[in-house]
Design a protein around this ligand. Structure first.
Ligand code: FEO
Ligand code: CA
Ligand code: CA
Ligand code: CA
Length: 678
C-alpha cells in the first residue's frame, strides 16, 4: 500500500484530521463528543473501525479482582515460578537462601532483587525458537526492609552497613538466564555459558555525543567514557539485531551529599533531575531555574533529608560533594549483547538522559531505526530517537552501533489530535531560562534533555511509562501511570484529569495505514485509547473510560508496562492499583496484575483481567515468546505494604517458608495442554 506521506505537511495532516473528527462527530452525535467535567473527547475508547487490521478475539475467562497473599491466573493456565531472588545463576553460586541469608559475594552470582523488565532472545541466535532462549531480566531496585532483619519499613534516613550496601549493589542490575521448555514447562539450563549478572559495579562504556564530555569526567574516570554499573533498571527493550536495552530510571535516589558544596565544586549540575541537598525523591521534577532557597521553601520538610540509599556513606562516587559529576553518568539507555557474556554494555547518550522507563525499537530493513522512550516523572515527556544509519537485517554486526548516533525528539500533543516531534537541541535564542543559558553544546542538550524538552514546549505528561508498538498495526501505545501533580489548570486532552490517580493509555498513529506506518515522520495523529480507573467512580469527572462492555473485573488502574502478543493484542501490567484507588470509591483493595485487550475492531479497549499479583507486589515485565505460547511476567516487591517488614511481612510469597522473607520472582505462564496465550 502506498504510504501516507512523510512529505505531507503538518497542515495537511491537521486538516485531514479535523475533517475526520467532524465526520465522527456526525456519526456519534454532538453531545456524546464531550464527556464529564473535563471535556474529554470520546474519540478514544471504544470507537470501532471496520477498516482496521483486527486481531482474533481474546477467549480466556476473566479472573476476579482480588487481594491476597499469592498470585492468580485465569482458569486453564499454569503460572509457575521460574526464578526467585537469590536463586543461583553462575558457576559456584551457592544455593544458600535460607531465612533470607545472603552475602554480597553470593549475590553477585545469584538472581538479583526486584525483577522488572523481561526480554526473550531465542537460541540459536537469529532463530524464531520459542522453546529455548535467553531470558534477560532487570533488577530495578532493592527493598531493604524486606531483605534485612534490622531495617524498618520506610526508614529512608537509616544507616546502612557496608555489608548491606554491597548486597544491595550486587542485587541491582540485570540477569541473563538460559531457559528451555520441555513437556510444556520451562526450566533453567544448569551451568549455561550465557548466564550473566550485571550489577551496580559492572564496567560499562559511555558512547555517543556525550561520551568524553567534561561533564562526564570524574576523578576515577578522567576520560568520561568508562563507568561502573547501571542503576534503577526499570523496563527495557529488545532489538531485532539481538541486543537488549535496559533503562536507567530513578538514578537520583542513589546520590547523596550537600548540594551547596557540590555546586561550589561543579557549578550548574543536576538541573531538573531531582537532587537537592539530599538526592531526595520529591525534587525530581523541580523547576531548574529555581534557586536553592526557593526550592527549600517549596518542601521545607525535606531540607537536610538524605538520599533513599546509603551508598554515599561507603562509596565516594555516590557522594555529590566529592564526585559532583558521577550522577551525569546515569539516566541513560544501556545496550548490551546477551549472546556474548564478555560483551561490555554501552550507555547510549544519543537517546538522552532522563528517567528512562524503557525503550521500544521499530526497525525496517533499509531504513533508519526508531526508539521510543518515556521519562517516568510527573509532567515529564515522551521521546523518540531516530538513528543516523540504516538497519540491515542481513548483517548483525552492521547494526550494533545504530543507537550510537542520531536525533532525539520530544512529543507535543496538540488538542486537535495531531502531534509533533520536536528536536531536542539547543536553539540560537528565545529561551530566557538562566539554566538554559549555561548549556554550551549538543552533549549538554542530551545530558539535560528534560530541560530542553520543557523549553521546546513538549507536552508535560502524566508519568510516561512503557511505550510499545503493535507489531500488526504500527500504532504505538503510551502507558501513562498517574500524576498527583496535575492541577485543574494544567489539564489538556492527552492528560485530561486533575490529581490523576489512575493513569491513561494514549495511542500514537504515525502517518500511514495499519500495517504500514511511517515512524520516521515528524508528526503523528493521536487518540485517547482508554482512561484507567473505576468506570463507575462516584465522581463522574474521575471515571475510567473503556469499551462499554468492560466487566466489573475488567477495569484496572495505573498502567505501567505493556507487551503485544504475536496476534497484536495488548497486555498491560499495572503498578499501584490498591494504594491509588482506596479509599476514593473502592471498598477493598485490588491487586496489581495483567489486563489484556484488542486494540482494533469491535472489542477495542475491552480490557479483561488475566493475572493477579500477591499482596504488595507490582506487576512488571510482560514478555511473550515469538509463538505466543509462553508469557513471562515479573512479580516485583511482593509484601511491600505499610508496616510489612522482614520479620513480619504481609506475604512470604512464593516459598511460604516460615523463616523466608518474600522473594521477587519471574513467573512463566503457559496454557494447560498447550496453545497460544489468550
Ligand atoms: Fe520503575 Fe516507571 O517504573
Ligand atoms: Ca515501570
Ligand atoms: Ca514493554
Ligand atoms: Ca512503576
Amino acid at each position: 500500500m502506498k504510504k501516507e506521506a512523510i512529505s505531507n505537511t503538518f497542515n495537511e495532516v491537521l486538516e485531514r484530521r479535523l475533517s475526520r473528527r467532524t465526520a465522527l462527530k456526525g456519526m456519534l452525535g454532538t453531545t456524546s463528543l464531550v464527556a464529564g467535567a473535563t471535556g474529554i473527547g470520546v474519540l478514544a475508547a471504544c470507537k470501532p473501525n471496520k477498516e482496521n487490521i483486527v486481531s482474533p478475539p481474546l477467549e480466556f475467562q476473566e479472573l476476579p479482582h482480588g487481594y491476597d497473599t499469592t498470585h492468580h491466573v485465569a482458569p486453564g493456565y499454569s503460572a509457575d515460578v521460574l526464578i526467585r531472588w537469590g536463586d543461583p545463576l553462575l558457576a559456584e553460586a551457592p544455593d544458600n537462601f535460607s531465612g533470607g541469608a545472603i552475602d554480597a559475594e553470593s549475590q553477585k552470582k545469584q538472581f538479583g532483587y526486584n525483577n522488572d523488565f523481561i526480554g526473550f532472545q531465542p537460541l540459536p541466535i537469529g532463530s524464531n525458537n520459542s522453546d529455548h532462549g535467553l531470558l534477560c531480566v532487570n533488577h530495578e531496585y532493592t527493598t531493604s526492609h524486606l531483605m534485612f532483619p534490622n531495617v524498618k519499613a520506610l526508614d529512608t534516613q537509616r544507616e546502612s552497613t557496608i555489608e548491606e550496601v554491597d548486597i544491595e549493589m550486587a542485587a541491582h542490575g540485570h540477569s541473563v538466564i538460559e531457559i528451555k521448555k520441555q513437556n510444556g514447562r520451562w526450566y533453567l539450563v544448569d551451568g549455561s555459558k550465557y548466564n550473566r549478572r550485571l550489577t551496580a559495579n559492572t564496567e560499562m562504556e559511555i558512547t555517543g555525543p556525550a561520551a568524553g564530555h567534561h561533564r562526564l569526567k570524574t576523578s576515577e574516570d578522567p576520560t568520561g567514557r568508562k563507568v561502573l554499573g547501571t542503576l534503577a533498571n526499570c523496563a527495557g527493550g529488545v532489538t531485532p539485531w539481538g541486543t537488549i536495552l535496559i533503562a536507567e530510571e530513578n538514578f537520583q535516589l542513589y546520590f547523596d551529599g550537600d548540594q551547596v558544596k557540590a555546586d561550589e565544586k561543579a557549578p550548574g549540575e543536576r538541573r531538573g533531575y531531582g537532587l537537592f541537598n539530599a538526592g531526595y525523591y520529591q525534587y525530581r521534577n523541580h523547576d531548574p531555574d529555581l534557586t536553592e532557597e526557593e526550592l527549600a521553601n517549596q518542601q521545607p520538610e525535606l531540607k537536610g533529608k538524605r538520599a533513599f540509599y546509603r551508598w554515599a556513606d561507603h562509596y565516594d562516587r555516590f557522594n555529590i560533594e566529592k564526585e559532583p559529576r558521577e550522577i551525569n553518568r546515569f539516566g541513560w539507555m544501556v545496550e548490551y549483547d546477551p549472546y556474548n557474556p564478555e560483551s561490555i554494555p554501552k550507555k547510549r547518550t544519543a537517546l538522552g538522559r532522563f528517567a528512562h522507563e524503557g525503550a521500544t525499537i521499530v526497525a525496517e530493513h533499509g531504513k533508519q531505526v526508531v526508539a521510543y522512550s518515556g521519562d517516568d516523572g510527573k509532567n515529564q515527556f515522551i521521546y523518540k530517537f531516530v538513528s543516523k544509519s540504516k538497519y540491515d537485517k542481513h548483517n548483525r554486526s552492521a547494526n550494533m552501533e545504530l543507537l550510537a548516533e542520531g536525533d532525539l525528539f520530544a512529543a507535543k500533543f496538540h488538542p486537535t489530535g495531531v502531534g509533533e516531534w520536536l528536536k531536542v537541541e539547543l536553539q540560537e535564542s528565545g529561551w530566557a531560562s538562566p539554566a538554559f543559558t549555561k548549556l554550551k553544546d549538543q552533549a549538554e542538550a542530551l545530558i539535560e534533555a528534560r530541560l530542553i524538552a520543557r523549553l521546546l514546549g513538549a507536552t508535560a505528561m502524566d508519568r510516561p511509562e512503557d511505550i510499545e508498538t503493535n507489531p500488526l498495526t504500527g500504532r504505538t501505545y503510551v502507558m501513562l501511570t498517574n500524576n498527583s501533580a496535575r492541577s485543574p489548570e494544567t489539564t489538556d486532552p492527552a492528560n485530561p484529569r486533575a490529581d490523576n490517580r489512575w493513569g491513561q493509555i494514549v495511542e500514537i498513529l504515525p502517518p500511514g495505514v495499519d500495517g504500514d506506518r511511517d515512524h520516521l515522520a515528524p508528526h503523528f495523529q493521536w487518540e485517547m485509547f482508554l482512561l484507567a480507573g473505576d468506570p463507575n467512580h462516584p465522581n463522574g469527572g474521575k471515571r475510567g473510560r473503556y469499551h462499554k462492555d468492560v466487566s466489573k473485573d475488567g477495569w484496572f488502574s495505573n498502567p505501567d508496562n505493556v507487551a503485544f502478543d504475536p496476534d497484536g493484542r495488548m497486555w498491560i501490567s499495572t503498578d499501584g492499583f490498591p494504594k491509588n484507588l482506596t479509599p476514593e470509591g473502592l471498598d477493598a483493595p485490588v491487586h496489581d496484575g495483567i489486563w489484556a485487550c484488542e486494540t482494533t475492531g469491535e472489542n477495542r479497549a475491552l480490557t479483561r483481567h488475566f493475572f493477579g499479583c500477591p499482596v504488595g507486589a507490582e506487576m512488571c515485565g510482560p514478555c511473550f515468546t515469538p509463538d505466543g505460547e509462553s508469557f513471562f511476567v515479573s512479580v516485583q516487591h511482593p509484601g511491600d505494604t505499610p508496616g510489612s517488614d522482614y520479620s513480619n511481612p504481609s506475604t512470604r510469597w512464593p516459598d511460604f517458608e516460615p523463616n523466608n522473607p518474600p522473594r521477587p520472582s519471574v513467573v512463566a505462564i503457559t496454557k494447560k495442554g498447550g496453545g497460544k496465550i489468550g
